[in-house]
Write a protein that binds this ligand. Structure first.
Ligand SMILES: C[S@@+](CC[C@H](N)C(=O)[O-])C[C@H]1O[C@@H](n2cnc3c(N)ncnc32)[C@H](O)[C@@H]1O
Length: 204
C-alpha cells in the first residue's frame, strides 16, 4: 500500500478505536433478525471481515469455524469478550482487509456486515475478499448504501463528512457497484432495510 493509503487507513483505524467504546450502545441500525438471516448462510471455514465488536458471532450455525479480522484493536477487544459465549470456534486476528495475509482460496464463506462503508479503499478490500474465497465459496455482504433517491442521495453526500469524522463510516457508498468493480459475481441483491440496506449474495 502506498503512503497516502496507509495514512488514510490509520485515520479510520483510530476512529474505530474511539467508536469501540460506544459502538454496541449506538449501533441499532441492523435488526437482529436481519443479521441472523445473513450469518445463517455461512458454512464451513468462514472469514468474517471487519468483525467489529463481534455482534454477529452468536448467529453462526454449528459446524462453522470462524476467523474474524478487524484492523481496530479497540473493536477486537470488545469482540474478545463475546467469544467465550458463542457456540462455534472463533479466532480473532488484527488484520487489514485491504491486504490480508491468508493464501488464495482459503475460505468456504466470506461474510461482512456494515464494513465496506468504512474500508478506506473498498474495491481493494473486495478484491481481497474475492482472492481468499474458494472458487466454489460464497460471499455474503450486508451493507448500508447511498440511497437511489436523488434527493436523499444528495443529502447523504452532504452529511457524509460528519459520519466519517464521528464514527469512521461513510453513509454514501455505492457498495453493490464496488462489489462488481472488484470482479465479484453478484448472484442476488435484496433490499432488507428500505433500499438503503442490501443483502448481497455473491461468489468469487
Ligand atoms: C461499522 S463497523 C461494523 C462492525 C460489525 N461488522 C458489525 O456489523 O457490527 C465497521 C468495522 O469495519 C472495520 N474495518 C474498517 N476498515 C477495515 C479494514 N480496512 N480492515 C479491517 N477492518 C476494517 C472497523 O474497524 C469496524 O470494526
Amino acid at each position: 500500500m502506498d503512503k497516502e493509503r496507509e495514512l488514510q487507513s490509520e485515520v479510520i483505524r483510530q476512529r474505530y478505536n474511539r467508536t469501540a467504546k460506544f459502538y454496541d450502545l449506538m449501533d441499532k441500525m441492523i435488526p437482529e433478525s436481519i443479521r441472523r438471516a445473513a450469518i445463517g448462510q455461512a458454512t464451513g471455514n468462514v472469514l468474517e471481515v471487519g468483525v467489529g465488536t463481534g455482534k454477529n458471532l452468536p448467529f453462526y450455525r454449528e459446524g462453522c469455524i470462524v476467523t474474524g479480522i478487524d484492523f481496530s484493536p479497540g473493536m477486537l477487544a470488545k469482540a474478545r469478550q463475546k467469544v467465550q459465549k458463542v457456540k462455534v470456534p472463533v479466532t480473532l486476528l488484527e488484520m487489514d482487509a485491504q491486504h490480508m495475509s491468508f493464501p488464495d482460496n482459503s475460505f468456504d464463506t466470506v461474510v461482512a456486515t456494515c464494513v465496506f462503508c468504512s474500508v478506506p479503499h473498498p474495491i481493494q478490500g473486495l478484491q481481497e475478499v474475492r482472492r481468499v474465497c474458494k472458487p466454489s465459496g460464497a460471499i455474503v455482504l450486508l451493507e448500508h448504501v447511498r440511497s437511489e433517491n436523488p434527493l436523499l442521495g444528495w443529502v447523504m453526500d452532504l452529511f457524509n463528512p460528519i459520519s466519517l469524522y464521528l464514527i469512521g463510516s461513510n453513509i454514501n457508498r455505492r457498495t453493490v457497484e464496488n462489489v462488481r468493480a472488484a470482479g465479484i459475481s453478484v448472484h442476488q441483491v435484496d433490499n432488507v432495510g428500505g433500499n438503503m440496506v442490501k443483502l448481497i449474495v455473491a461468489g468469487p
